[in-house]
Ligand binder design. Sequence first.
Ligand code: GDD
Length: 316
Amino acid sequence: MKALVTGISGFVGSHMAEFLLRQGVEVVGTIRNRSRMDHISHLRQEIRLAECELRDPFSVETLIGRERPDLIFHLAAQSFVPTSWNSPIDTIHNNVAGQVNLFEAVRRFELPAKIQIACSSEEYGQVEPEETPIRETNPLRPLSPYAISKVAQDYLGYQYHRSYGLHVVRTITFNHTGPRRGENFVTSNFAKQIVDIEKGRKAPVIHVGNLEAKRDFTDVRDVVRGYWLALEKGQPGENYNIASGTCCTIAEMLNTLLSFSNVSIEVQTDPSRLRPSDVQILLGDYRKFQEATGWKPEIPFQRTMEDLLQYWRSQP
Ligand SMILES: Nc1nc2c(ncn2[C@@H]2O[C@H](COP(=O)(O)OP(=O)(O)O[C@H]3O[C@H](CO)[C@@H](O)[C@H](O)[C@@H]3O)[C@@H](O)[C@H]2O)c(=O)[nH]1
């Protein structure tokens, strides 16, 4: 069995590769010439890398025709919400065109590949507290160009399944974190600031944005197990929430991180970290996915936060 992982050098891609190798699956991953390789350097002997620009149909068709994977985990994306306000066209083009190119190549070669696409709880956007926990039937009220790009990816998955019978499973993943999370994202950003303070590299002040937002965090290692199960047991064309079923404010998340450290800090709001519109609450209901696949989150939030802090402590 051969799996293609797009964006293998990224945070989720590297965890996906580790999981697939443990299942005895042959792993091929896409990289671009500017990709950072540090997340997968420990796997270099066990995986194969293919340079591919997903925005370029020729590049994607060449890759798919050559590799003919059985499974595709489509994880490559511009995934940071604030960047999508600075470069909305690039985010939408990257995320949407990349996926269309992938679908078109699979279709043209008539591959029976099963394809997982990484949709996002950001699609739900403006959610009222009484609409939680969020089910797959909740309305989509996206609040950022990134969210729009994910709505498009999501519905393209539905459309390519209905129009051409492609085996696409749409996973709607709520926030996820763990070791190797990019330092722009809030959990890693705060963990790294704490470690920089511990190491005496930074004054004991943590810079923050909106601490009132509520997020539903799952460990990335549970998430990639979910992606595998989505292709093993999920129905093509369907969408499934992957979430923990609990949520906390960003302030509570910061306090959890601080409980694993001895530093005493001052918290300072940095206006540049505030967004034009922020999703106030994400709390997911994952029962549909559990019923289809048996998946449930296993790694407690406390352990995820502790592992994340340890990850940053281990970095030079
Ligand atoms: N990044 C960041 N966020 C901050 C900060 N302070 C507060 N926040 C708040 O922390 C929350 C989480 O921010 P991010 O970690 O950047 O994640 P996100 O915008 O929720 O998006 C993530 O989750 C989506 C799934 O819901 C993913 O699709 C997306 O790619 C990303 O991983 C947001 O409400 C943000 O305003 C800060 O200093 N930095």
